[in-house]
Ligand binder design. Structure first.
Ligand code: SF4
Length: 313
């Protein structure tokens, strides 16, 4: 939950209705780390895609409202398939997940029949059906190393793919040229300027950033990894190259430390989720994720294989 105060909320009556209806519907609200503070305020849990979708399986509530992009909502349904999983806003479609289609992935597999497919969790359910194993930004290197295959297809993020390639040089990597616009927009120049202004700050970078930015990092971490690092590190100052809202949350959670963000790294997709959408989802129990049973079964396999190797941080 956000540390935002109740009095700061812009739509107090909407918040009250959400909290009331959440109890009435016996629902749980999950919010991705990049959601806005008011969404985190009404959420029961805040985290990354994997941790929240795994939590959806464990919680007792039968209704799950997911405040995040489409791939996160689908991943939640894949894991918690017996629950009613609702999109807080079905229009929050991640552009990076849309950069590879089912047909493109099938063609890639045909062109490289010996390769194993490692796919980022940030992909559609139908693409997951074609993968050998999934990964997150925190376990991507470990997952790739765990495979016996010499040839690996990695989809869809070219920057995370480059990061893996650097750490797994013995494998031939076929990397799909997708990217996350939010991390791609962070330039080496932006980090250099922040480092000049804050020379003692540790540079913490998400592996979806471009290789020249990743090369400047003291630590390359996933979103949950960054949150832990910021809280547990003995250091006092950090330059954090990821989505702005995560950095704002780190500032709030660690008042005795300083965190510097690249202000333009703002995900419009994540911010499409508004309080009004959450309220409507609870009122109507729509839009519900509908995935064919067969898709759920096939998409779950690569996720389970990943969990068998290890989650990461
Ligand atoms: Fe997609 Fe990037 Fe936004 Fe995440 S931050 S939802 S990967 S565009």
């Amino acid at each position: 939950m956000s540390t935002m105060s109740y009095d700061d909320l812009p739509e107090l009556n909407v918040v009250e209705k959400i909290l009331e209806l959440k109890k009435e519907r016996n629902a749980v609200i999950l919010a991705h780390n990049y959601q806005s503070p008011e969404i985190k305020f009404v959420a029961d849990y805040v985290g990354d895609t994997l941790s929240l979708s795994m939590l959806a399986v464990e919680v007792e509530q039968p209704v799950v409202v997911v405040c995040g992009p489409d791939f996160m909502v689908e991943t939640t349904k894949i894991l918690a398939s017996d629950k009613t999983v609702l999109y807080a806003n079905g229009a929050a479609k991640c552009p990076m997940a849309a950069m590879i289609t089912l047909e493109e992935l099938r063609d890639l597999k045909k062109a490289h029949p010996k390769a194993k497919v490692v796919g980022y969790l940030n992909t559609s359910a139908e693409c997951k059906c074609e993968m050998d194993i999934c990964c997150t930004s925190s376990n991507a290197v470990r997952i790739t190393k765990s495979l016996k295959a010499e040839e690996i297809i990695f989809v869809p993020d070219r920057n995370l793919g480059s990061y893996i390639k650097k750490h797994v040089p013995d494998k031939e990597m076929i990397i799909w040229p997708g990217f996350c616009a939010v991390h791609q927009i962070i330039l080496k120049q932006d980090i250099l300027e922040l480092a000049r202004a804050h020379p003692r700050a540790k540079i913490v970078v998400h592996p979806e950033c471009t290789p020249d930015v990743v090369d400047m990092a003291d630590a390359v971490l996933s979103t949950d990894g960054m949150v832990k690092y910021g809280a547990n590190s003995e250091e006092r100052e950090f330059i954090v190259a990821t989505e702005l809202e995560l950095v704002n949350a780190m500032i709030e959670d660690n008042p005795d430390k300083a965190f510097y963000a690249v202000e333009k790294a703002y995900c419009r997709t994540q911010k499409k989720v508004k309080l009004g959408n959450v309220l409507e989802a609870l009122e109507t129990l729509q839009p519900e994720v509908r995935l064919p049973r067969d898709v759920i079964r096939r998409a779950k396999r690569p996720v389970e294989r990943m969990l068998a190797v290890g989650r990461g941080d």
